[in-house]
Design a protein around this ligand. Structure first.
Ligand code: AVI
Length: 327
């Protein structure tokens, strides 16, 4: 199929529920009114944020993407046998192009593919490309925040099973309660006969983790700061980008990387009618990246009414794929 036709088809099938500037402003005001101040990490991913995230995945320190890709390349036959044929693949997020290709290539006769993605550009790029590559798989994209309930577009052919795909350890960007709610919502999406294939970053040496979130080229710092640039662009806030710096550090106690934007001086920032004052050194918490052990991940899934039925790690136990089903 040629690219123009694939894009037109994908546009026609698009369900567009992306967030409005008023919702973004309300979330930003709400987060900055808290102590400590915070901003939701889901707003990292505008077009520029998605581009910067792709660049992060190519940094030598950020092992997660390369290790997960290699894992999928080597273990896909075993994953496909465990999932079975005729799946409707529902991906939460869609920035993971190559991983999705490996999944659709490796599964037996997948019927449909639904990426749910907040960034319209990333969503359309991915279904245009995948639509050309997999003409036999129905592309049913949904532009939405996947943390809320999302109605699944029905496939026109018979589906044996829904397979939720959530790679990249993106689950780790959710606080425990939200992660459990998200897993429970995946359980609802997949139905009683469904499965979920989830990528998780495994707990490891703090120095390796600190390096992964503080790459030498400064791409992660640019990615974090783009959150403020995006707010300036989309909701008219007046963050001075030179007045904030990126900080990411591993907390062994909480088994997670904690990322913040730290005010380099006393300053105030305006969003609409509201003004927020910052002390020098004051942090805005912007992201957590949870790391897992088998025990901590199993405990999380149980709370969501799911159980781990299969799993694959790389040879050095850096990253894992887990297959879940309803309990
Ligand atoms: C998308 N997510 C899993 C990334 C992570 O590792 O937490 C986002 C990221 N933030 C900084 N670097 C990468």
């Amino acid at each position: 199929m040629n690219a123009a036709i694939a894009r037109a088809r994908a546009q026609a099938a698009l369900t567009d529920l992306r967030p409005k500037p008023d919702d973004i402003a309300a979330d930003a005001i709400n987060g900055l009114s808290r102590t400590p101040k915070s901003l939701p990490s889901k707003y990292f991913y505008d077009a520029e944020g998605s581009r910067l995230f792709e660049a992060i995945t190519r940094q030598p320190e950020y092992y997660l993407t390369q290790v997960e890709l290699a894992l999928m390349e080597s273990r896909m036959p075993s994953v496909a046998a465990a999932v079975g044929s005729g799946a409707h693949v529902v991906e939460f997020g869609s920035g993971s192009g190559r991983k999705t290709e490996l999944l659709l290539e490796g599964l037996e006769a997948p019927v449909a593919y639904t990426p749910i993605e907040i960034s319209r550009t990333a969503l359309m790029d991915s279904v245009t490309r995948l639509g050309q590559q997999f003409p036999e798989v129905e592309m049913l994209p949904v532009c939405a925040d996947f943390t809320g309930p999302v109605p699944l577009p029905p496939a026109s052919r018979h589906v044996q099973r829904t397979l939720v795909f959530f790679p990249g350890s993106t689950l780790g960007n959710f606080f425990e309660g939200d992660a459990v709610r998200l897993l429970a919502s995946m359980r609802g999406t997949m139905g009683e006969n469904g499965r979920a294939l989830i990528g998780i970053d495994l707990d490891k040496d703090a120095a390796v983790l600190d390096a992964a979130y503080n790459d030498r080229a400064g791409v992660t710092a640019a990615f974090t700061l783009n959150l403020l640039a995006r707010l300036n662009r989309e909701i008219g806030s007046d963050f001075d980008l030179d007045g904030f710096g990126h900080r990411a550090a591993y907390s062994r106690e909480r088994m997670r990387i904690e990322t913040a934007l730290v005010s380099t001086r006393a300053q105030s920032v305006r969003i609409g009618e509201r003004r927020f004052d910052f002390a020098q050194g004051e942090a805005i918490e912007v992201e957590i990246s949870q790391k897992y052990t088998d025990a901590s991940f199993a405990a999380l899934t149980v709370q969501a009414g799911l159980e781990v039925i299969d799993g694959w790690n790389d040879a050095e136990d850096r990253f894992g794929l887990r297959l879940l089903r309803p309990r």
